[in-house]
Design a protein around this ligand. Structure first.
Ligand code: NI
Length: 208
């Protein structure tokens, strides 16, 4: 009887050690695969039009970091709040890190190409920090840049009574600030709910 217990404890220990070993291998494999995946997964080439009606690709932004936010000008709340945070973070950077501020290219990319014409973008962005420029495009061009940045954005039709002042549909969308380096490579993304000071600090830390 005692012997049996000893054997079964022995077996259990061996089993646990094997499991632990497998877990460690699994964790190591994950560590190794996560990093390179992130580096290639977000960002890439794009072909869009700015708020002045000029064609713009990733090559036009090469050489300086970009801070990118995806949204749409008819957005009732999230986009205006995020652009306010972005603007306030830019002001903080201008005061605390003028070189970085001068280099940084803050860009608003539309996920609503049907309504966000260059003129509409220009009018909308005039309410926010003057350094923020806008990009829009054809539905195909916007679909491509959304895919490149792993942006979620889906059209939702509005009930008729709320449809009048804000257009007939809304766009549910993910809401992050993407920081890209001067070669267009993904560095980080930040939640839109951050305080402006904190966003400025995180940007400065990533670009140090
Ligand atoms: Ni929005």
């Amino acid at each position: 009887m005692k012997k049996n217990i000893k054997i079964s404890i022995g077996l259990t220990t061996a089993g646990l050690l094997t499991l632990l070993g497998l877990l460690l291998v699994e964790l190591q494999t994950r560590e190794a695969s996560v990093r390179p995946f992130q580096e290639v997964a977000i960002g890439g080439a794009f072909s869009l039009t700015n708020e002045k009606g000029e064609a713009r690709s990733e090559a036009d932004f090469a050489g300086a970091p970009m801070l990118i936010y995806f949204g749409f000008t008819y957005c009732p709340d999230v986009c205006p709040m995020s652009l306010d945070v972005m603007g306030a973070a830019l002001e903080t950077l201008e005061a605390q890190n003028p070189k970085l501020f001068a280099a940084l290219q803050p860009v608003f990319i539309s996920v609503d190409p049907l309504r966000d014409t260059p003129e509409q973008l220009g009018e909308y962005l005039s309410y926010f920090h003057p350094k923020i420029s806008g990009l829009t495009g054809t539905p195909e061009q916007i679909a491509m840049v959304k895919k490149a940045f792993r942006v979620y954005a889906v059209r939702r039709d509005l009930p008729e009574e709320t449809a009048q002042d804000k257009g007939s549909y809304n766009v549910d969308h993910s809401s992050f600030f993407y920081l890209m380096d001067g070669k267009g490579r993904y560095l980080a993304h930040f939640d839109h709910g951050l305080e402006a000071q904190s966003l400025a600090q995180k940007i400065a830390a990533k670009l140090r």
